[in-house]
Design a protein around this ligand. Structure first.
Ligand code: AMP
Length: 274
């Protein structure tokens, strides 16, 4: 595995590759969720590039940029074991200059839910993903459904800017009790880990309701909020179609149910695709 810290080193390393390139961008502190993307990319491509970059432009003032978990040494080992060809670990200076040209998230899909609660987050996310997709020259790039809105916006960016890469959505990986894996789960302390399960439990409750024929969004949301009572603060429960438009009735095959809530220090998100 070649570890590249600069653009020049990445370009040099890419010369050793021929054939299709799978690419998995991450912010590090790798867990089984990241690994599932990496393994899928490994299987579906001749070569595999992973990036680790904690992107400052997608963190808002007062968010956890400085405290974001970093585990470079362990991450390098994981990537080696997963047979990554190139691990790209740039510094902020490598990725950004002053007074940059920016792309903005679309006004509707980009400014509801996560975009409304974290204004500017998606602008920064799209900016870095555009850069990384261009640099990797990936054939396919892998993103988790865990960040459903992020996945939708990246898919839209690739379409709107006619970018020559296929975006591959990957399933959400959970721990044995149902908690969606996240680098931020390390912040959970004491009973918070147990209480954090209310997010996935609320989604399970929604699934049961849908399976028994309940399709009314308000009724489902009310029950979900009851389950989410164990969180310290619920930011939103939303039931939308794949275009992120609010629904009144569940549309089987075209619905995403999303939750965001604070439990202790971390802000957690989870979702379910129906
Ligand atoms: P991050 O390091 O949090 O920016 O995540 C990097 C990629 O891993 C993104 O595409 C995430 O959606 C994906 N990811 C993170 N957690 C999970 C998970 N539990 N299951 C599936 N994909 C995940």
């Amino acid at each position: 595995m070649i570890i590249a810290h600069t653009i020049e080193a990445l370009e040099e390393a890419k010369k050793t590759l021929s054939g299709s390139i799978g690419f998995v961008p991450t912010m590090g502190a790798l867990h089984q969720g990241h690994l599932s993307l990496i393994q899928q990319a490994r299987k579906e491509n001749d070569h595999l590039i992973v990036s680790i970059f904690v992107n400052p432009t997608q963190f808002l003032e007062g968010e956890d940029l400085d405290a974001y978990p970093r585990k470079d040494e362990a991450d390098i080992k994981i990537c080696e074991l997963a047979k990554v060809d190139i691990l790209f670990m740039p510094t902020v200076d490598v990725m950004y200059e002053e007074d940059e040209l920016c792309i903005g998230a679309p006004v509707r899909r980009g400014y509801v839910l996560e975009g409304e609660k974290r204004p500017g987050h998606f602008d920064g996310m799209l900016q870095i993903v555009m850069k990384l997709l261009n640099l990797s020259a990936a054939t396919r790039a892998y993103f988790g459904k865990k960040d459903a809105q992020q996945l939708a916006l990246i898919t839209q960016m690739v379409k709107n800017y006619f970018m020559d890469v296929t975006i591959v959505p990957c399933e959400i990986i959970r721990d044995e009790v149902g908690l969606a894996l996240s680098s931020r789960n390390v912040y959970l302390q004491g009973d918070e880990k147990e209480r954090a399960l209310c997010l996935s439990r609320s989604l399970k409750r929604a699934t049961k309701m849908v399976m028994t024929g309940e399709l009314d969004v308000e009724t489902i949301k009310t029950e979900m909020l009851e389950v989410l009572g164990e969180a310290d603060r619920v930011e939103y429960v939303a039931i939308v179609d794949r275009e992120f438009k609010a629904l009144e009735k569940i549309k089987i095959g075209n619905t995403i149910i999303l939750v965001a809530a604070w439990v202790g220090k971390p802000r957690l998100i989870d979702n379910l695709w129906i």
